[in-house]
Design a protein around this ligand. Structure first.
Ligand code: 8YV
Length: 320
């Protein structure tokens, strides 16, 4: 058996079908790519992974003939891309095609959180409205005209800002440096941004430098009337402190699509009234997952045909 491609983590069936029609793929998702099968380890050239999986040095070193790691997702923080590049192994991801969906969910979560839409739905469905009467559902927080802080003004942050501009909100952002094209208020300090805004939306990648970027200090600065929305990576937020801050009402509420130990979410966090939790689904629409799958496939094809990769990660530039 010639194991050309190894599936190291979950990928959707539509991508599997594209690959299986033309190539030999071994499914090692359940063991996260780990195997003792020397035939696979000696011959696999391509590893397919996703945004949540880990492809560290150990795993990379096991595969003696590895040439490409193709990531189904834009975030590739689980892949040691610098190490891969140092061994001449290319890495691709799926930027661009999921920007709209992630931004849409970010805005949807902000609206759901501020207007308490999830609880309002339960209030009607469980008969509370009928028993408690008109006007009994608690008032909520106005979005239009409020202040929004965006942490990370990259592709996704910019798409969120563009959407929210239609709500006449004042947008502030924190980024490594000001973005020239952005007509929004720049903050060099994350604490100042958190103090300024009503809603803080996290849009930075889950790289090591951003680990627990949203910590006790930032949440304290956001304050008892502030809301946090995270659609980037769980690792960016100190989830333990956030849980405490939500329990003690140090902040008003949070909407989270990503978590530190997915799919595990602590019982305390799950039991809180002031949170909306979704299962890392920001890019999970039929249209976008199809586009992501196609992009992974096109990168693989480009690689196998000796053409230029479509979306290599920046670490690969050193290989040029
Ligand atoms: C996916 C993601 O959930 O693109 C990313 O970085 O986290 C998501 O789009 C993931 O890659 C699919 O498993």
């Amino acid at each position: 058996m010639r194991a050309l491609i190894v599936k190291q983590a979950y990928i959707p069936v539509l991508l599997e079908d594209l690959i299986n029609k033309k190539y030999a793929m071994v499914d090692l998702a359940s063991s996260h790519g780990i195997t003792d099968d020397s035939e696979i380890l000696d011959s696999a050239e391509i590893l397919i992974t996703n945004g949540e999986a880990i492809v560290g040095r150990d795993l990379i070193d096991r595969y003696k003939n590895l040439k490409l790691i193709a990531n189904f997702g834009v975030g590739y923080d689980g892949i040691d891309a610098s190490y891969a590049a140092s061994k001449g192994i290319l890495v691709t991801n799926t930027p661009g095609v999921l920007t709209d969906d992630v931004a849409d969910l970010g805005v949807g979560l902000l609206l759901a959180l501020s207007r308490n839409i999830v609880k309002a739905d339960h209030f009607v469905k469980d008969g509370s409205w009928q028993t408690q009467g008109m006007g009994t559902f608690p008032w909520t927080k106005k979005v239009s005209g409020s202040k929004v802080g965006i942490v990370g003004m990259g592709r996704i942050g910019s798409a969120i800002a563009k959407r929210l501009s239609a709500f006449d909100v004042t947008i502030g952002y924190c980024n490594q440096k000001p973005v020239n094209s952005a007509d929004y208020k720049y903050f060099s300090s994350l604490i100042d941004l958190a103090e300024f805004c009503d809603f803080l939306i996290v849009c930075v990648p889950g790289v090591k430098a951003n680990n627990h970027l949203i910590d006790e200090k930032v949440l304290k600065a956001l304050g008892p009337q502030g809301y946090l929305i995270n659609i980037s990576r769980g690792s960016v937020v100190d989830e333990q402190y956030l849980t405490k801050a939500l329990s003690n009402e140090e902040i008003k509420g949070a909407a989270l699509d990503v978590f530190e130990h997915e799919p595990h979410v602590s019982e305390i966090l799950r039991s809180l009234e002031n949170v909306i939790l979704t299962p890392h689904m920001a890019s999970a629409t039929h249209e976008t997952r199809k586009a992501m799958g196609q992009l992974v496939f096109d990168n693989i094809e480009a690689f196998l045909q000796g053409k230029e990769l479509i979306t290599p990660v920046p670490e690969c530039n050193k290989l040029k």
